[in-house]
Design a protein around this ligand. Sequence first.
Ligand SMILES: [Zn+2]
Length: 450
Amino acid sequence: MTGGEKMKKNEMEYMMGLKMRIYPNRRQEEIFWKNINASRFVYNKLVANSWTDSPIYSNKLDKLFPIPEEYWKYNKNGKLLKASTVRPTGLARITKDKYPWLSDKDIDSDMLSKAEMSYKSAWNLFHKVHKSGTPNFKRKSNPNQGYRTSNHYSSNTIKKDGGVPSLYNGSIKFLDNKHIRLPKVGRIKVKLSKRLPNNQLVRIATVSIKHLPTGEWFVSFLLKSDEPFKEQLPKTNSQVGYDLNTENFLTDSYGNTIDNPRFYRSIKGRLAKEQRKLSRRARRAKSEGRKLWKSKNYQKQRKLVAKLHAKVRNQRKDFLHNLSTTLIKNHDLVVGENLKSKNMLKNHALAMSISDVGWRTFIGMLEYKAPMYGRIFIEIDPAYTTQQCSECKFRMGTNNTRKLTLKDREWTCPNCDTHHIRDWNASKNILAKGLIELSKPLTEDSPIYK
Ligand SMILES: [Zn+2]
């Protein structure tokens, strides 16, 4: 194992949301509203600036609200920067000297930067999904109001807890099961709807405060941890090996066969047809000298093809999720083959179908789900798992016997006469190999760490 992989494992973060009702007193409500209003003000200011920060795109708004030249930004060559690169730096311009009430003692400064972050992520969302539209004004009349703020750990305050950040030693913290402490607001009563996670490494990242039209107040925590939040499942005393193959999706060591999902096959023909239609429209637009983004027919078809792709993707994902969760939940140990070493990848046609059915995604799911549920997933070297008899360990291809090929779906061991279904036999060998690996003393090279 390399250091890099180790680092990655250590840096893995699990996240969990935790929402609860809070009961502010009059004074605390007043502080909440000041921050809600300031958060909306900053956000809306940034939105307004983004509309006027477009000296190079002269639209109506530019003329109505021209951006003062002092805020224009230039690059090294003296060229005016595009509006989109100017926009995100906006918070600096909504400073406290301009709006002195933003430095009120009740105003939470982390709330200000969070408001700017929401604005930025609204832009990011826009760049990713144009449908979402550019950031828009938040209305005071919206029945749901709120603001976000972030938690900090100072090395001084966490020192007495061994330097480990927890739910109980940040700038936002739990005082006991009935009270939390929030910036500017102080101690506030809460009603926990579920037990606090009791794993050691939970920390508070951000917090959002919400006011509902019913008049109720809620706080939502975003918690982070290096350990999984999910509860560990009870032991099943069952262990399983599985063999990935091309005739079906997998065969497990109990002899169960999971067929390849059919959705892809059924939609493939249609996808190919629509894809051809798309290229035809692209060619036509080109020959008529039209730009693709201007060609309505092309764009309509592009959307349709994208939708079909998404459909296949989602169905495949559902299938892989269901299967991986079932395996992990029903077995204490799941053993698979290391695909990298699996010979069949060298065969192009097989490699194609592997990417089709999503084996890699499947293995990734097993990898992250196992620790979530307190299970073990390991991969073993697939050498001889197909050629060896799981009963007597006789290896085909030795003692003048012939090697099994992909065509041999069933075979009889020449040594012990056991009749085998090829993939079932392989998955039994895979499980056996996994058990041997697990019984070895653990080293950094143990498959459990890979
Ligand atoms: Zn045998």
